[in-house]
Write a protein that binds this ligand. Structure first.
Ligand SMILES: *Cc1c(COP(=O)(O)O)cnc(C)c1O
Ligand SMILES: [Zn+2]
Length: 427
């Protein structure tokens, strides 16, 4: 760890980040637009010479991810950072949900509060900051939906071009909520994994394009650490005992674990043990299947689930999710589309929080892991609500009752009330 005082402004264009290192063989290289190891093609990870930080210095920062800028690969100079301000979303104490589940202490990290209503604004802001430092001119991505929203919005705000590639069968809300920001949106006839392959080819062809989750992926992925930092700060500088995280590529889960370890290493929280759990939809559960089978490698699948934001059949961080969940004493499990829908309703009816299909996956998995005894109902637990239910309306449209219009008379209301019983929270 470096001994530089937190007041010194480092010259580095990437703050306190000093290198990229291979997650497989440990080979290091200099910061730049590389995403695979030159020796073994393994994925690269950002390394730092951390400054000394105090809780007070972080608390005096802005109410956004930039309060943790010293722990991200972004310019130390505020004026050189993008002007998007995601993060510092609410950590909601969920007592009614906890009692429906028989739990003692439960919180929901509610990512709907971000500029485009999902956690993807965090990763895009960090990728954009790094991409601008590296001289990229276009912000691009392959996406399962939410990333497209975040890239198109951040590029609009930065005044640069965006190019997003998405599977043609995405939710209409996510398509419209991308197109509205301008930029180039391409609907591709194929799965996300097909779209991702096309993006990789394009990234090799267009050198000044920053594909946030492809050629600038090491920087992008670091943005997910900010969820972990915030949870610890919002719990009063403590780590939760259990956390349940949705898994698509797996980067979010792996980086929340990295954030918790960094905070402990920097002395900002006590190094208490915590367990990390991953959640997938049964229609796309390659990591849960590998966990159950005791495998270290993840066998790709062809996705078929209503949880489209998590529909990555060949997840880049799959092996690292297995590593984090096993090492921490957690697990990865999966749930059916019906369980996803009833969990969305459970969260809405107990806490007034309408999350997207991804939170249906996370909450239904939480329930399943409680039933199987893998989650401890007495331990302090955080679950992630990674996106907004307004973007996946069709998932619940068929199961929530919307009774037809009545005549505008008192009698019509009385008749209506006696024919339709008030809805109870679904447990
Ligand atoms: C992308 C996404 C995830 C998962 O992110 P990964 O880091 O790829 O695992 C979870 N929830 C929502 C709503 C998302 O859009
Ligand atoms: Zn390597």
């Amino acid at each position: 760890m470096s001994s530089s005082a937190s007041a010194t402004i480092p010259a580095s264009r990437f703050g306190y980040a000093t290198r990229l290192s291979c997650r497989e063989c440990g080979q290091t290289c200099e910061l730049g637009a590389h995403h695979a190891c030159a020796e073994c093609f393994g994925p690269l990870e950002v390394g730092y010479d951390y400054p000394s930080l105090t809780r007070e210095s972080i608390e005096s920062g802005p109410p956004s991810i930039w309060r943790y800028a010293s722990l991200l690969p972004v310019p130390a100079d505020v004026a050189s950072r993008p002007n998007t301000e995601p993060g510092f979303t609410r950590l909601v104490r969920a007592d009614r949900l906890a009692s429906a589940l028989g739990m003692r202490a439960l919180w929901v990290k509610d990512e709907r509060g971000n500029p485009t209503h999902s956690f993807k604004d965090r990763v895009v802001a960090v990728a954009l900051a790094a991409a601008l430092e590296m001289g990229h001119k276009v912000l691009a991505c392959p996406s399962t939906g939410n990333l497209a929203n975040a890239v198109a919005a951040a590029a609009a705000r930065a005044g640069i071009r965006s190019v997003v590639l998405i599977p043609a069968n995405l939710e209409p809300q996510k398509i419209i909520a991308t197109a509205v920001y301008g930029g180039t949106m391409v609907l591709v006839d194929g799965t996300y994994d097909d779209v991702n392959r096309l993006a990789s080819q394009l990234a090799d062809d267009r050198e000044d394009w920053a594909f946030v989750n492809v050629n600038v992926r090491p920087y992008y992925a670091e943005g997910s650490k900010t969820i972990g930092f915030e949870i610890a700060e919002q719990l009063g500088w403590r780590l939760p005992q259990q956390i349940v995280v949705p898994v698509a590529s797996g980067a979010q889960l792996v980086k929340i674990d990295k954030a918790f370890r960094e905070l402990a290493a920097l002395g900002l929280v006590d190094a208490a043990p915590y367990r990390v759990f991953g959640a997938q939809a049964s229609g796309c559960a390659p990591v849960a299947a590998a966990f159950r089978a005791g495998h270290d490698v993840v066998q790709p699948v062809r996705p078929d689930t209503i949880a489209k934001s998590l529909a990555i059949g060949n997840p880049a961080d799959g092996p690292y999710v297995l590593d984090v969940t096993r090492r921490s004493g957690g697990a990865v499990a999966d749930v059916s589309d019906d369980e996803i829908v009833s969990a969305i309703e459970l969260l809405a009816t107990t806490e007034g929080i309408f999350g997207e299909t991804a939170v249906g996956v996370t909450l239904a998995t939480t329930r399943k892991l409680l039933d199987s005894g893998q989650l401890d109902p007495d331990a302090e637990t955080v679950i992630i609500n990674s996106g907004d239910g307004l973007k996946t309306l069709d998932a619940v449209a068929g199961s929530v009752p919307t009774a037809g219009p009545i005549r505008p008379t008192l009698q019509a209301f009385i008749d209506f009330e006696s024919s339709v019983p008030p809805r109870k929270a679904v447990a």
